[in-house]
Design a protein around this ligand. Structure first.
Ligand code: NAG
Ligand code: NAG
Ligand code: NAG
Ligand code: NAG
Ligand code: NAG
Ligand code: NAG
Length: 413
């Protein structure tokens, strides 16, 4: 069969060679025309796609691509980006596997923006960028979680134990240093950004929250000269009212006043932005603000039973655009307004919008799988959801992706 067909082909060739040459040229012209047309159409249609990067290069600007709008894709080839047990600097608050969590599916998800790719996280490349520099995460325990994630991401590429050091002297500042690069990556505890009665890095759980909305210098002097600053502040504001203090904590003449939360948040961010405007070296320092990290404390919001929370959840929420009604968008608006205002004064702060992508991840929290600092009562033990942590995030996990987004911005010039 095959041989006969070949014969047929060669006969056709032989008998109509001239005709074939003409046809060949006609086809060639047609083909050239077609290719050009397809090429031009492609260029027109997928102009945006062509700007969008191969994996290791930076993406091209927010206007072409919203990195924060996308979906989670299962990827157990590349994720997790490091192993929980292998990160020497892992926190017991976030080491879920170490504290008994067996379902580890939450570690295998990649964030896929709808219209482009996130550049691949390359720890060596980031360390080179941070050579002789200082990067400081400033904020609350969620920002601390992101910092631990960043340290683990970097740590995984530094194999010599003598080339990395952690200094936790019990002050507000914890410091990781990659000695081979003289690169410092720090966390500074300052949960309300301005001074407050929750500033002690260990003993900060007080019944009543008091902020000095006008005062930031005590903290800010420690981090102002950093090369990269990553702020957050949200969780500690989740009260209808906050007590604001004019004067110092020691001052007998201090004036206290209950202020509606949104207003006090606005005042605090104003103080923060005024400080940045006047003290930050624009030629040197890059500024980032991490948006609200959502909580999963009310299971009825995603259709599970009323008295439950994130405890025993093993899957994420798949409803596109799902949002807990605990997520206070008014606060995001205040952050945005503050940042926009700063821009008019010539200072750029990039908002890393992690809220929506994290909303889906009800299964990403430590729940009961973390170190308990105080012994649990019989009653608690009989009802695990009563002590489940549905606020912080297991590592490796969701905050690694926040850092991938931060990484994308750091390399975007
Ligand atoms: C954050 O990203 C989500 C998803 O793209 C979007 O709906 C939301 O408006 C963004 N928020 C801000 C403050 O940019
Ligand atoms: C990834 O998951 C698939 C499906 O669950 C499984 O067959 C495969 O062995 C996994 N690969 C790795 C590297 O874990
Ligand atoms: C990571 O970055 C380093 C330094 O820029 C480079 O030499 C290396 O090839 C990169 N690794 C990958 C996997 O792209
Ligand atoms: C090491 O890094 C710090 C910033 O963290 C910088 O001030 C110092 O000059 C660097 N040292 C050298 C020798 O470059
Ligand atoms: C650790 O930090 C403390 C206070 O921030 C400082 O006094 C001390 O010198 C640091 N130790 C090392 C080994 O860098
Ligand atoms: C929040 O969601 C719950 C459950 O869906 C609902 O019952 C409640 O009214 C909502 N609260 C607000 C303030 O929207």
């Amino acid at each position: 069969m095959v041989a006969r067909n070949q014969n047929l082909v060669s006969i056709t060739w032989g008998s109509s060679v001239k005709f074939s040459i003409v046809r060949f040229f006609v086809s060639l012209v047609l083909a050239v025309f077609l290719v050009a047309a397809v090429y031009m159409a492609r260029e027109y249609v997928s102009f945006n796609y062509m700007l969008m990067v191969p994996l290791d290069v930076t993406f091209s600007g927010q206007s072409e691509c919203d990195l924060f709008s996308g979906k989670w894709v299962f990827d157990n080839e590349s994720y997790p980006l490091y192993k929980e047990k292998e990160c020497k600097f892992m926190s017991d608050q976030l080491a879920c596997n170490k504290f008994g969590r067996q379902d580890l599916g939450f570690q295998h998800w990649r964030w896929q923006p709808h219209h482009c790719d996130i550049p691949r996280f390359n720890a060596t490349k980031l360390l080179e960028k941070l050579r002789n520099k200082r990067m400081v995460f400033v904020g609350d325990s969620l920002n601390r979680g992101q910092w631990v994630s960043m340290v683990c991401l970097l740590d995984s590429s530094i194999h010599d134990p003598n080339l990395k050091i952690m200094n936790n002297s019990g002050s507000n500042l914890i410091s990781f240093k990659a000695l081979g690069y003289n690169a410092t990556v720090e966390f500074y505890w300052e949960p309300l950004l301005v001074e407050s009665n929750s500033d002690d890095p260990v003993n900060h759980k007080l019944p009543e929250r008091i902020v000095r909305s006008q005062s930031i210098e005590k903290h800010a002097r420690v981090w102002t000269d950093a090369d990269i600053l990553v702020f957050n502040s949200y969780l500690w504001w989740r009260e209808p009212h906050i007590k604001v203090l004019w004067g110092s904590f020691k001052d007998e003449n201090g004036i206290y006043k209950e202020v509606e939360m949104r207003r006090s948040y606005e005042m605090a961010l104003k103080t923060w932005s005024d400080w940045l405007e006047i003290h930050v070296d624009r030629a040197k320092t890059r500024l980032f603000f991490i948006s609200m990290s959502p909580v999963h404390e009310k299971a009825e919001e995603w259709g599970a039973s009323k008295d439950q929370n994130c405890y025993s959840e093993t899957d994420m929420i798949t409803t596109e655009g799902y949002r807990s009604n605990e997520t206070n968008l008014d606060m995001t608006r205040i952050v945005e307004n503050t940042i926009d205002e700063l821009k008019t004064r010539g200072l750029k702060v990039d908002l890393i919008n992690i809220t929506q992508l994290s909303e889906y991840r009800k299964e990403g929290h430590p729940s009961i799988y973390r170190k308990q600092w105080v012994a649990l009562s019989e009653e608690q033990l009989s009802n695990p959801s009563s002590y489940a942590d549905c606020i912080h995030w297991c590592l490796p996990g969701v905050p690694d992706v926040w850092n991938e987004l931060l990484y994308a911005y750091i390399f975007q010039q």
